[in-house]
Design a binder for this molecule. Structure first.
Ligand code: PLP
Length: 355
């Protein structure tokens, strides 16, 4: 074990898997780096985080994660610039959101230094794993799970905070065809939709598979009460451009406060693009598609930055979106990735050096 200047202990792996990895053909999140960060909550306190070799974790069959799904996660990326320097994008926002999720799931909140020192130490150790091919990055997955035991339906007394990393290629998978959901719901008022809680995603798999069976790639969730308002996608916020105005729904109990979403709103305002944060009805989007004022729809999230939508289905009809030369999606994606890869001025102070 060596101890770094910020008191994070590091136990180095004896061998590296890096030479087995085909960095030209990386799929999303399926190859993992040599180390993880682990930090245990025991005896009522978060202990010191440690970097250790990537390895399975052992849990008791009665660990509460298995029974009551007490788990939360974050998703972020590390980027390398042309000079080989490593960067994160707004990592403190991920830290704050992790604690927001923790609070809602009755998980003890994590001190900022445990998160930030643990994260930067892990990334220093794994720096060679941050890919340099265009559009590629190191996907970083912080998560907390209830490791404490008991069949009693109550919060666990022990937890594990872990960060694992996966090198990922450029995410662009082509434009997607989405289905506007009329039956199932992702989140409800007063529920946990705003938290990155594991169960929110498990609950989406079945309705998403039904949409896939019908020829769509993703579901656009609508409000649980009336199914008349557009909410968000599975792990992306949704933007809609009608004429030249960019519209997105307000964050709420049900809609996750995406870091990409709020960055896009800030850039759009700075670039003189009219924005509106307000509820969007499905009927207004259908109407705009019919009369030609619907110009763009795209998802916004860390994985793909922006994911343009080619068509949407609603009540048995598909509506195609036009192919635009100068889409907001392209402009916004370029702006954000230029900041992330240190190719442009960072006027909002979003870049964070890994050092
Ligand atoms: C993670 C996530 C997003 C996107 O958040 P970013 O911070 O932009 O990555 C949007 N919606 C849901 C449901 C999510 O889980």
């Amino acid at each position: 074990m060596e101890t770094m200047t910020n008191n994070v202990q590091v136990e180095k792996a004896k061998t590296t898997k890096i030479h087995d990895v085909d960095f030209d053909n990386l799929s999303f999140g399926s190859v993992y780096t040599d180390h993880i960060l682990v930090c245990d909550y025991v005896d009522g306190a978060w202990q010191s985080p440690k970097v250790i070799p990537y390895q399975p974790i052992t849990l008791d069959p009665s660990a509460k994660i298995f029974h009551y799904g007490q788990s939360i996660f974050e998703g972020m990326k590390a980027y390398k610039d042309a000079d080989g320097n490593a960067w994160l994008f707004r990592p403190l926002d991920n830290y704050k959101r992790l604690n927001k999720s923790a609070k809602r799931l009755a998980i003890p909140e994590l001190p900022e230094s445990h998160f930030m020192d643990g994260l930067t130490t892990l990334l220093q150790v794994e720096k060679d794993w941050i890919p340099t091919n265009p559009g590629s990055s190191l996907y970083v997955r912080p998560f907390i799970l209830a490791s404490g035991n008991g069949f009693h339906a109550s919060p666990a007394d022990e937890y594990k905070f872990i960060i694992a990393c996966a090198p990922s290629g450029s995410y662009f998978s082509g434009k997607v065809k989405v289905l506007i959901e009329e039956t199932y719901s992702r989140a409800a008022n007063g529920g946990v939709g705003y938290a990155k809680a594991g169960g929110n995603y498990a609950g989406q798999f079945y309705p998403t598979q039904l949409a896939i069976d019908k020829g769509y790639q993703q579901v656009i969730w609508t409000d649980d009460n009336t199914h008349e308002y557009i909410e968000e996608a599975g792990a992306m916020n949704i933007f809609i451009r009608i004429n030249d105005t960019l519209i997105t729904g307000p964050t709420s109990d049900r809609i996750l406060d995406g870091i990409t979403r709020k960055s896009i709103l800030q850039i759009a305002e700075d670039q003189g693009i009219a924005t509106e944060v307000r509820k969007i009805t499905v009927s207004e989007v259908v109407e705009a598609a019919k009369n030609g004022t619907l110009k763009e729809m795209f998802g916004a999230g860390t994985a793909a930055v922006v994911s343009p939508i080619a068509a949407f289905g609603y009540k048995g009809t598909d509506y195609d979106l036009p192919e635009l030369e100068d889409s907001y999606a392209t402009l916004l994606k370029k702006y954000i990735t230029d900041v992330q890869y240190n190719r442009s001025e960072d006027k909002f102070g979003w870049r964070y050096p890994v050092q």
